[in-house]
Design a protein around this ligand. Structure first.
Ligand code: SF4
Length: 128
């Protein structure tokens, strides 16, 4: 796989509230909405994250499959994950090869139906 990068703020390796089953949760950096009720303010600044190779991310996630499969999966949250939508598609494409369930926790502030269609070819759930 060609090396591509996601700007990742942090991870939670045993998430139980961000989708079905036990989830590996990836919090991406960057959100321009600045909601008053936001619980993840530390993710707002894109520079709060660090650049992670998608291939490395996939390798890390594969180490957790005995926890997250078959009922859980991977949730991408933030920040606003869809700011990095085209890179996310690459991640989901890889995870689909291993039949890993994926979900996105998004504000849907990025409104682009063609983008949602492309993402949903590889992703199973969108939470808002
Ligand atoms: S969209 Fe989500 S991450 Fe962004 S400010 Fe609002 S609650 Fe926080």
């Amino acid at each position: 796989m060609e090396d591509n990068f996601l700007q990742v703020h942090s991870y939670e390796s045993f998430g139980t509230v961000d989708g079905p089953g036990i989830r590996y949760v990836i919090f991406l950096a960057g959100c321009h909405l600045k909601c008053k009720y936001c619980q993840n303010r530390d993710t707002w600044d894109f520079r709060s994250g660090h650049s992670v190779k998608i291939s490395e991310l996939v390798n890390t996630i594969l180490r957790y499959t005995s926890y997250i499969m078959p009922d859980g999966g991977v949730t991408v949250s933030g920040g606003e994950p869809l700011i990095q939508a085209y890179k996310l598609i690459l991640l989901f494409k890889e995870l689909k090869k291993y039949d890993i369930h994926t979900a996105i926790d998004t504000s849907r502030n990025v409104s682009n139906n063609r983008l949602y269609k492309r993402i949903n070819r590889f992703n199973r759930s969108i939470f808002t």
